[in-house]
Design a protein around this ligand. Sequence first.
Ligand SMILES: *Cc1c(COP(=O)(O)O)cnc(C)c1O
Length: 391
Amino acid sequence: MKRVYLDYSATTPTKKEVLDAMLPYFSEVFGNPSSIHGFGREAKKVVNESRATIAGFMNADEKELYFTAGGTESDNWAVKGAAKALKNKGNHIITSKIEHHGILHTCESLEKEGFEVTYLDVDGDGLISLEALEAAIKPETVLISIMFVNNEIGTLQPIKEIGAIAKAHGVLFHTDAVQAFGNFKIDVKDMNIDLMSISSHKIYGPKGIGALYIRKGVRLVNFVDGGAQERKKRAGTENVPSIVGFAKAAEIAYRDFDAHVEKLVALRERLRKGVMETIDYCKYNGHPDQRHPGNAHFAFEFIEGEALLLSLDLVGIAGSSGSACTSGSLDPSHVLMAIGLKHEIAHGSLRLSVGDFTTEEDIDYTIKELKTIVERLRMMSPLYDKVTGGK
Ligand SMILES: *Cc1c(COP(=O)(O)O)cnc(C)c1O
């Protein structure tokens, strides 16, 4: 059976070049970077070279980049670390309703500790309003956390404008750039970003490694206490092979940047057009052009998202549902509710994300199979029968 992976927003395969770069750092260069002998120094050197490489791709200084165990940890550290460090100044945080759970659940946990959080609405395309953001700032506001690119519907926020507002009001600005790093050019100085989360496994690197950019001068409460690693801010022996892999993945992402983006947009547009032209009662979600190059998000009326995903899986196609049904809840995702999708439509949602190994054949196969599946599932829907008069 043909196997088509269209879930690159969930994770990406580690590229061969990345794996090859990592391999020597398991059994050959295996020293503990904190050790003062030659073995340790060798490991420390490659950790710092990797740090400089990644920092360079966001116009940060290498001393401003701290390795973590992934995007979720970076999100937790940024928001909790900033809130707690600044609690004498104020207890108010501003975020949006469409953040990743790494941010939303972190904010909810802070609310239980007495912090106050404003969750900004987004419009039908998934964009926050800059006026609403500015109006939400109070004297007690200490942090704004708005994601760079949404992981479900792909919408890109006006990051530079948000950074300018935060700066003008003396409020820290954190952005979850896990979906953006490697897919957009990022300049933390030009965009006035104070804190930024990134993750390796979304850019063809290994899982379980990420980083937090902390602008020089910004003080955070430590998230992991222990040894003196990561300039005494994030303890624990460095994951040297993964750090090397992360740097290699970033290097490839920005080396092949234009070709990567062009390829993804072409494949994504082929998919979007194919689906929209062959399947009726279908809505395309997210911003029409300010979006992740590889993200396509559809909502089909008279369809149950889970049935759709299972049927796709049976013909070898891997996609993702925007609805949280799979995790045991019957509610559609918070993102789809926030953009104002009606429950009925939101339930039939499907995220298909293309990547560097996707081919035109994959796309054409998916369009064809999707059309067949949607028609078959709708035949079983009494609602669809009513709308089409049973024809
Ligand atoms: C994947 C993802 C995360 C979580 O990163 P992990 O490295 O898997 O912990 C956070 N935010 C966004 C937007 C993501 O897409």
